[in-house]
Design a protein around this ligand. Structure first.
Ligand SMILES: NC(=O)c1ccc[n+]([C@@H]2O[C@H](COP(=O)([O-])OP(=O)(O)OC[C@H]3O[C@@H](n4cnc5c(N)ncnc54)[C@H](O)[C@@H]3O)[C@@H](O)[C@H]2O)c1
Length: 272
């Protein structure tokens, strides 16, 4: 499959941030884009801008994800690319990595929400769409994880653990279905200028980030979307929008204990 053969794509979390930029980039390539988001107004705004289709959905419901896939295939056409981009992060509460509640963004069950949105929603999407893609002989699955899924996000244990699970699930998909024409990509960015790191959509501000994730610079969603779409279409599994992450990942693998020591030092430096 190449760029031109992607006619229909679904982007979850398409109402804001990286998802919105992915919708715009795909629409530039004449792809019919389904903008799926729990924020129905934001999805409608993006869909109107790109002549796409808005769907209000909570991706943590398997039933809703199944209905989304079935409805899109009936109403619009075969889904050639499904991008599971919706994600949440709350920050550790007062008790640090063991806390149940959220810190920076208040919630009582940050672990449950992170598992359901960052991991299970990607499982539900794959379950719903891969059998259809297999029947057609191929398709693209693009799952947005995070550099925290290869390394760690200081100050957010639930985010780090669930993003590792997202990477692990994408590996299994690639190994299981790669021979059958399913191209699987997992995306592991560091800081991107979105609401997730405290930067509003379309704001000029570049001050944001937390827990040191901004250390290598904050990319704009549009640059990240270009990298993701180009590399997914070229069939790359691991998409690193911030190339330094490859070096950090190699250092971690080559001496895990030393890497943990370095991260402790980094955490202490952030607390000063
Ligand atoms: N911004 C960063 O620095 C950064 C870095 C690495 C990875 N990521 C990942 O990128 C992805 C996109 O995040 P973003 O930075 O654009 O943040 P964002 O908060 O701007 O966008 C997230 C989108 O997901 C939607 N969403 C949240 N829960 C949902 C649900 N249950 N059902 C449907 N939609 C839901 C939100 O409404 C929003 O439109 C996430 O998976 C995030 O973890 C972001």
């Amino acid at each position: 499959m190449n760029d031109r053969s992607v006619k229909t794509a679904v982007v979850t979390g398409g109402g804001h941030g990286i998802g919105r930029a992915l919708c715009r980039r795909l629409a530039e390539n004449r792809v019919k884009v389904v903008v799926a988001d729990i924020d129905g107004d934001a999805a409608a705004t993006v869909a109107a801008e790109i002549d796409g289709v808005a769907k209000k959905i909570d991706v943590s419901s398997e039933e809703a994800v199944g209905e989304l896939v079935a409805d899109v295939e009936t109403e619009i056409g075969a889904i050639d690319m499904f991008i599971s981009n919706a994600g949440v992060g709350f920050g550790d509460g007062d008790s640090g990595a063991i806390s149940a509640e959220g810190g920076m963004i208040s919630t009582k069950d940050r672990w449950g929400l992170c598992w359901n949105v960052n991991v299970m929603a990607q499982v539900y999407a794959a379950r719903a769409v891969i059998p259809r893609m297999l029947e057609r002989g191929g398709g693209y699955i693009v799952n947005i994880a995070s550099a925290a899924g290869l390394l760690s996000q200081i100050g957010d244990a639930a985010y780090s653990a669930t993003k590792h699970a997202s990477v692990g699930f994408a590996e299994s998909l690639a190994i299981n279905y790669g021979d059958d024409g399913i191209s699987v990509s997992v995306v592991c960015p560091q800081a991107v200028a979105t609401r997730m790191i405290g930067i509003e959509d379309d704001s000029d501000g570049v001050a944001g980030g937390f827990g040191g994730n901004e250390v290598d610079g904050i990319l704009q969603p549009a640059e990240v979307a270009d990298i993701i779409v180009d590399q997914a279409l070229s069939g790359r599994f691991l998409i690193l929008t911030h190339p330094q992450v490859a070096t950090y990942f190699q250092r971690k693998a080559s001496d895990y204990d030393r890497w943990i020591g370095g991260m402790r030092r980094f955490r202490r430096s952030l607390a000063k």
